[in-house]
Design a protein around this ligand. Structure first.
Ligand SMILES: [Zn+2]
Length: 295
């Protein structure tokens, strides 16, 4: 009897603890978005990401825990543009009543054409200007959810926008010294189209927009030929993809590995890309030193 009494007491304490914690529960799809929402929401929100650091959201398979998080959420934020192909079914299965906000709305998305197929490019966060629009959408959603914290949210959003502006100025300055003809790099999958357009770097990749499909032998051979023709000396692995293929390509093309870029996910807290801003900085620094090795 005593044992059951203790269990009951523990349950009672647990439920009073969770009711004391009154910040709304926000669920986001991936780690980069979690960092953005935490910057805007600060202490007024509790944010959980379905796909964790260093993990691939393209091929994520929702677990019972994901469904649990969704059904307890007060607000759900996702990237959109086809990034989270698994989300509609997950939302449907939980019958959640929470509002779902697509943070990429109002962004001018890139189109990706492969043969007769056309798809939007979801990796919009690699252009800092787009992330400023993400922040606008996040701010709007949070103001609607917790109007009582509007002062804090607006202050946080303004401070973060300033940091993003500084980040963008830093990126232009870093890349300024690299001649345009030297600005080609190889990555594992086509995640950097927005970065390419915004900051004038040419990216070549064996794998398409999503990591769901494997490249064909001809595609890989074609890419190796292109690397040799362009005099590209450096290829990059990514934190979310299998590095075996890209190592093979580097070997065949006589190129070196320039390091690991963070494409679709942040790193763990004790690694170099724990925040969006740190992620952009480490990527740009690696790309810069890689491109300087090009002929
Ligand atoms: Zn991707």
């Amino acid at each position: 009897m005593r044992k059951w009494g203790l269990v009951f007491l523990a349950l009672l304490m647990k439920s009073s603890l969770s009711s004391a914690q009154s910040t709304p529960k926000i669920v986001v799809s991936f780690s980069i978005l979690k960092d953005l929402v935490e910057n805007v929401g600060g202490d007024a929100v509790t944010v959980t990401s379905l796909v964790g650091p260093n993990s691939d959201a393209h091929i994520f398979e929702p677990t019972p825990e994901s469904a649990q998080l969704i059904s307890e959420a007060d607000l759900i934020l996702m990237n959109g543009l086809g990034f989270e192909g698994w989300m509609p079914r997950l939302l449907e299965s939980t019958k959640t009543k929470a509002k779902v906000v697509i943070v990429s709305q109002n962004i001018k998305s890139r189109a990706f054409v492969q043969g007769a197929e056309f798809s939007p490019d979801p990796h919009a966060w690699h252009d800092v200007k787009n992330v400023m629009i993400y922040v606008d959408n996040i701010e709007k959603a949070l103001l609607e959810l917790i109007p009582q914290s509007s002062e804090l949210i607006q202050k946080n959003a303004a401070r973060y926008r300033k940091q993003l502006k500084d980040l963008e100025a830093w990126i232009y300055k870093e890349l300024n010294s690299i001649p345009l003809q030297q600005r080609t790099v190889i990555t594992a999958h086509d995640a950097f189209g927005y970065l390419s357009e915004a900051y004038q770097i040419k990216f070549l990749a064996p794998q398409g927009l999503s990591t769901e499909s494997e490249p064909s032998v001809q595609e890989v051979v074609g890419l190796i030929k292109e690397i040799k023709e362009h005099g590209v000396g450096v290829v990059f692995i990514e934190n979310i993809t299998n590095e075996r293929l890209i190592r093979h390509i580097a070997e065949e093309a006589g190129a070196t590995i320039g390091g690991m870029l963070y494409s679709d996910a942040l790193s763990e807290k004790n690694q170099p890309a724990a925040t969006y801003i740190d992620m952009m900085k480490i990527n740009i620094q690696l790309l810069k030193s890689g491109m300087l090795k090009n002929k």
